[in-house]
Design a protein around this ligand. Structure first.
Ligand code: B12
Ligand code: SF4
Length: 452
């Protein structure tokens, strides 16, 4: 029988790698299970928390190994393949995922076959080809897939203890929810916006826009999680949790509401109307995170955020008025920051009183407009050392902070800030945020926080 193992790397740069769930792996394995049933043996080889050196002892022999390649994981994945080529020399390695799409040549040198773009249909084609001894080097999708033709992602590939966890719905202002059994879920794919610091642009180049699962499938998936895993609370990791069309958003929220689950999610500052906020609360929403990114309008314009600082103010107030915790994501070090960014940021926080502030240091991520055209953003150099191109959470929290890029001394917006200044600004805002009890890291001390 053909044995297929989908490897999830150690994620050793995360404070708690079990804070998120491997959706890609659940999804692809569910598709293969539906297509081939008991004719193939499927495994999710979960290396989270396992030291890299010991990975080899946790990987059983398979005919084929699957890998979803992320930039931060790439060095580890390459190391695992080197070991597996010795340990199981006949096994083949098939890859897909963001980093494979950004750097196809590099990935083609390492993997036997690479699936570009959405792999929902092409993985089935690849396994059929493999069985016939005709695995191709490259697979590409035929157009954008319909995400409603697949079963809901089944989670039985991991033990129940990895899915149902506490501390998923911890709130700043109310206690008790941290004890609910929770997990993460996602009911959409993609994002129609193109912020220049975000990897969505290139990760989803072949499938622009956003697609949502039908309300009846959303409801069925939540009921499955309640019944089989005892789930009481959900963290929804969709980039944009509400369908953009207001009628569709209402049907979506009504479906979630019928399950009586509590949930938190993410949205853009321009993605919530008062009606949606009120319905979201009725459907069990307790907190929403928003990419405010910067309180300097010039930065928002440069990064193509297509929102105003004023809109962020209004949305924070609207969520609070609806008893939904308003959490804001901020990035320090963006191009075009004014010299007094610390004071501007602090005065915005004092005025709007968000419930939590997630503070990030700007990184130029592979797969972004900024990585591909740095000079347009006044950036003189960017690191190609994959393990250091994005902040590793452990490193970020515990070690010396470092930037993965340098601004030119003169940028299209004036003087380019030095690494030292940016880190000093970040540290100062973080100090004030922490003192005010608004730090997300303090709230989730014991676990990592998923990011946008
Ligand atoms: C949910 C999510 C997570 C989850 C689950 C990730 C997972 N590995 O399953 C968690 C919270 C764990 C996570 C963590 C991180 N994430 Co994340 N995550 C996402 C998010 C929001 C959705 C991904 C997803 O599950 N989609 C649903 C599945 C079905 O779609 P998919 O993953 O795109 O896979 C499809 C194709 O890409 C392809 N495919 C992908 N892999 C493979 C593999 C094979 C073998 C095949 C056949 C096909 C295939 O087929 C799939 C079906 O069409 C994306 C943004 C986005 N909207 O795409 C960011 C995103 C992928 N994450 C990103 C990042 C940076 C991270 C972290 C490094 C962040 C951090 N520092 O904490 C970590 C990495 C952890 C890890 N080791 O995986 C970046 C990737 C950038 C990059 N250069 O690599 C993205 C694009 C966000 C962004 N805007 O920057 N993430
Ligand atoms: S930052 Fe958010 S809104 Fe902008 S492109 Fe990325 S996912 Fe979309």
């Amino acid at each position: 029988m053909l044995k297929i193992g989908f490897i999830f790397p150690s994620s050793d740069y995360l404070f708690d790698p079990f804070r998120g769930d491997p959706f890609t792996h659940f999804h692809i394995l569910t598709i293969l299970e539906d297509a081939f049933g008991s004719a193939i043996d499927l495994k999710l080889i979960d290396l989270r928390g396992i030291k890299r050196y010991f990975a080899k002892y946790h990987i059983p022999e398979c005919n084929v190994f699957l890998h979803s390649v992320y930039t931060l994981d790439f060095a580890e994945q390459r190391g695992i393949i080197e070991i597996l080529r010795q340990q199981y020399p006949d096994a083949l390695h098939i890859a897909g995922g963001p980093h494979a799409n950004f750097f196809p040549d590099e990935c083609m040198m390492i993997f036997d076959s690479v699936i570009f773009g959405e792999g929902d249909d092409t993985i089935v084609e690849a396994v059929r080809d493999l069985k016939a001894g005709k695995l191709k080097r490259i697979y590409r999708p035929n157009g954008i897939v319909d995400i409603n033709v697949y079963s809901c992602d089944r989670r039985h590939f991991l033990p129940k203890s990895a899915t149902a966890r506490k501390n998923v719905l911890t709130l700043r202002n109310k206690s008790g929810l941290e004890n609910l059994w929770g997990t993460t879920a996602m009911f959409s794919r993609g994002c129609p916006y193109r912020c220049s610091f975000c990897a969505i642009e290139y990760a989803r180049r072949e499938a622009p826009g956003i697609r949502f699962r039908k309300p009846e499938y959303v409801e069925a998936e939540i009921e499955y999680l309640k019944k089989d895993y005892g789930i009481q609370g959900l963290s929804l990791t969709d980039e944009i949790v509400f369908p953009l069309n207001p009628k569709a958003a209402m049907r979506h929220l009504e479906a979630i509401g019928r399950t009586n689950i509590l949930w938190r999610g993410q949205c853009r500052v321009d993605g919530v109307t008062p009606e949606i906020a009120s319905l979201a609360r009725q459907s069990g929403c307790v907190a929403l995170g928003m990419g405010v990114e910067s309180v300097a309008q010039r930065c928002l314009d440069i990064i193509n955020k297509q929102v105003s600082v004023q809109k962020a103010r209004e949305t924070i107030a609207m969520l609070k008025a609806n008893d939904i915790e308003a959490r804001m994501y901020l990035i320090i070090g963006l191009p075009g920051e004014p010299d007094d960014i610390v004071e501007q940021t602090w005065s915005f926080i004092r005025e709007t009183q968000p419930d939590l502030v997630y503070l990030g240091l700007f990184t130029v991520r592979p797969g972004t407009e900024m990585f591909n055209n740095p000079e347009k953003f006044g950036i003189a150099s960017v690191s190609y050392d994959w393990e250091n191109t994005m902040h590793r959470r452990r490193g970020n929290q515990e070690n010396k902070k470092q930037l993965s890029f340098k601004y030119a001394p003169v940028t299209p917006w004036g003087r380019g800030m030095s690494e030292e200044e940016i880190i000093r600004n970040h540290n100062e805002i973080y100090r004030r945020v922490k003192e005010a009890g608004l730090s997300s890291f303090e709230l989730y001390k014991d676990s990592n926080i998923t990011d946008d």
